[in-house]
Design a protein around this ligand. Structure first.
Ligand code: R5P
Length: 220
């Protein structure tokens, strides 16, 4: 029997529920895999205080399930943050932001003690960069940032029509072979006008749950 990509996402998402502790506030990411997690969280919502969300889309889904959504500024710490990824390496470095939620995801995950990454097995890569790297930019700085990205060896493409939850734009960077993701994450963030970029390497994942043909594989 073989599982579809959606079934693998759902399996990984449901497996993340075992990391949810009683009476805590859960950090919640964004995307199609996280949507399965939110649905699974609904079945144990009586156990938790609520959630902090990384996007308007996740907030809407959480509230539709009757899960209370807290402002991050009201929360000192989070035990876990659960989110998907667009690519992840064996070092648990990730590219995120395919859904343009990277900045709030990076902020909420920074507050959490443990980042639980939920993926299907297509997201595992030996080296990051086949998936175009999203960079959130202040609209005024878009062309300047694009020129600076070219100097770093990337091929920038404006994600036309996308406005982030923060009112900013996204540049997707193609043709990068990212040998040192920690260094590149910092270099990109130093360009004036960049809000943040989709490399999650300075702070990567702690636990990875991979939906695959065996069910779910956990990497600690
Ligand atoms: O901005 C979006 C996020 O970083 C998502 O977590 C990422 O794109 C993975 O999304 P999905 O689970 O839909 O593949």
């Amino acid at each position: 029997m073989s599982f579809s990509q959606d079934e693998k996402k759902q399996a990984a998402a449901e497996a993340a529920c075992k990391f949810v502790l009683n009476d805590t506030i859960v950090g919640v990411g964004t995307g199609s895999t996280v949507n399965y997690f939110i649905d699974a969280l609904a079945s144990i919502k009586h156990k938790i205080k609520g959630a902090v969300s990384s996007s308007e889309a996740s907030t809407k889904r959480l509230k539709a399930h009757g899960i209370e959504v807290f402002d991050l500024n009201e929360v000192d710490s989070l035990d876990i943050y659960v989110d998907g990824a667009d690519e992840i390496t064996e070092h648990k470095h990730m590219i995120k932001g395919g859904g343009a939620a990277l900045t709030r995801e990076k902020i909420v995950s920074a507050v959490a003690k443990t980042f639980v990454c939920i993926i299907d097995d297509t997201k595992q890569v030996p080296i990051l960069g086949s998936f175009p790297l999203p960079v959130e930019v202040i609209p005024l700085a878009r062309s300047y940032v694009a020129r600076e990205i070219v100097k770093l060896g990337g091929d920038p493409e404006y994600r036309m029509g996308t406005v982030t939850d923060n009112g900013n734009h996204i540049i997707d960077v193609h043709n990068l072979s990212i040998v040192d993701p920690i260094k590149l994450e910092s270099q990109l963030n130093q360009i004036v006008g960049v809000v943040t970029n989709g490399l999650f390497a300075v702070r990567g994942a702690n636990i990875v749950l991979i939906g695959d043909e065996s069910g779910v594989t956990e990497i600690n």
